[in-house]
Design a protein around this ligand. Structure first.
Ligand SMILES: NC(=O)c1ccc[n+]([C@@H]2O[C@H](COP(=O)([O-])OP(=O)(O)OC[C@H]3O[C@@H](n4cnc5c(N)ncnc54)[C@H](O)[C@@H]3O)[C@@H](O)[C@H]2O)c1
Length: 340
């Protein structure tokens, strides 16, 4: 079977790491005809539009996209294209695994395996914000939480847990203070949890959750939360397993999926063949699993894990003393695929 998907190389290190993903996926035997589409700062500089209509049309047509990181200028110029894409395609699920990989230095000895689901479209990422006085000394951001929005992300987390035999779901909120928005989320989570009696359920207030994740991450299995808390806690979870180098993410709606590395465009190392391709490769692993290419998905994850564990053909962020280029690490992973 062959597929046609959208590839957004993106900004900074994006073209280098997406090139790596294309090579590894091909080597794993999955035939994908990639439709290249532009977005981000590079698209803005070229077309004065960071998200050209052709890119939207391409994703709409192909349904699956692999996306390199996109630069978002701070404060001025255009708003985040990532947020725009989530809105455009109603990508309400942000799925972020945090897993220990041998060879990556972490603060924890034992294996961590947390799956986090963050609501991806509502609340303080609504883009509804304004100054409330003429001297621009005060501003307001409006965060809307809906029952429907809560239901679909919580249900997704429980369905995922049932399908993947995960044992426990923790809902994270601030319903003690944000009694209405947090209250809706917590109530919905409790109601849906009752439909899955085989899965243990608990809830945590977000500040306590941040401490608990650092003190004892092993007590968590699947986590589901609202947009802003999920944004922060998912990075915290990545930190538990050694940072963003091995952190993939997927933005999923009922119709479209966009898969990416969690890290940014790393302008400091862009164009130097130094970027670690692992996160975008693990994002490809998630994409292949979602389209049913389970064998290739498993083989790529194992190959990445093996190269990282050996630590001989890895990029500078993993081994600052004895490192290889993005291309050489990619080739080592491709070789591992062949040797299986
Ligand atoms: N998904 C996305 O598109 C996304 C996510 C985060 C940030 N960004 C954007 O990226 C730009 C830069 O952001 P930043 O500097 O805060 O974060 P960043 O993740 O780009 O970089 C932080 C540090 O991590 C390093 N790093 C990141 N990815 C790496 C990799 N694959 N291999 C080796 N080292 C890596 C960088 O060199 C840098 O030192 C900003 O414009 C930001 O808005 C985009």
């Amino acid at each position: 079977m062959s597929y046609k998907f959208t590839l957004i190389p993106g900004d900074g290190i994006g073209p280098e790491i997406t090139k790596s993903a294309v090579r590894v996926i091909e080597q794993a035997g999955v035939k994908i005809d990639w439709e290249i589409a532009e977005a981000g700062l590079s698209a803005f500089n070229k077309y004065k539009d960071p998200l050209p209509q052709e890119t939207i049309d391409s994703i709409e047509r192909n349904k699956y996209a692999l996306k390199g990181p996109l630069t978002t200028p701070i404060g001025v110029s255009f708003r985040s294209v990532n947020v725009a894409l989530r809105k455009e395609f109603d990508l309400y699920v942000n799925k972020r695994p945090a897993k220990t990989y041998q060879g990556i230095r972490t603060l924890y000895f034992d294996h961590i395996d947390i799956m986090m689901f963050r609501e991806n479209t509502e609340e303080f990422y609504s883009g509804i914000e304004h100054y409330i006085d003429s001297s621009r000394s005060a501003a307001e951001t409006i965060g809307i939480v809906t029952k429907r929005g809560c239901e679909r992300i919580v249900r997704y987390a429980f369905e995922y847990s049932r399908k993947n035999k995960r044992k426990k779901v923790t809902a994270v909120h601030k319903a003690n203070i944000m009694k209405y928005t947090g209250g809706i989320f917590l109530k919905v989570a409790q109601e849906i949890a009752a439909e899955y009696p085989e899965i243990e359920f608990n809830d945590r207030i977000v500040d306590n959750m941040a401490m608990q994740m650092v003190m004892n991450p092993y007590q968590f299995d699947v986590i589901v939360t609202t947009n802003l808390f999920g944004d922060i806690l998912s990075d915290l979870a990545s930190g538990l397993v050694g940072g963003l180098g091995m952190a993939p993410g997927a933005n999923i709606g009922s119709d479209v999926g966009i898969y990416e590395a969690v890290h940014g465009s790393a302008p400091d190392i862009a164009g130097k063949n130094l970027a670690n391709p692992s996160a975008i490769l693990l994002a490809s692993v998630m994409m292949l699993a979602d389209i049913g290419e389970l064998d290739a998905s498993n083989r790529i994850e194992k190959a990445v894990a093996a190269v990282v564990a050996e630590g001989k053909k890895v990029t500078k962020d993993i081994n600052p003393v004895n490192f290889v280029s993005t291309d050489e690490m990619t080739e080592a992973i491709m070789k591992k695929l062949d040797s299986k």
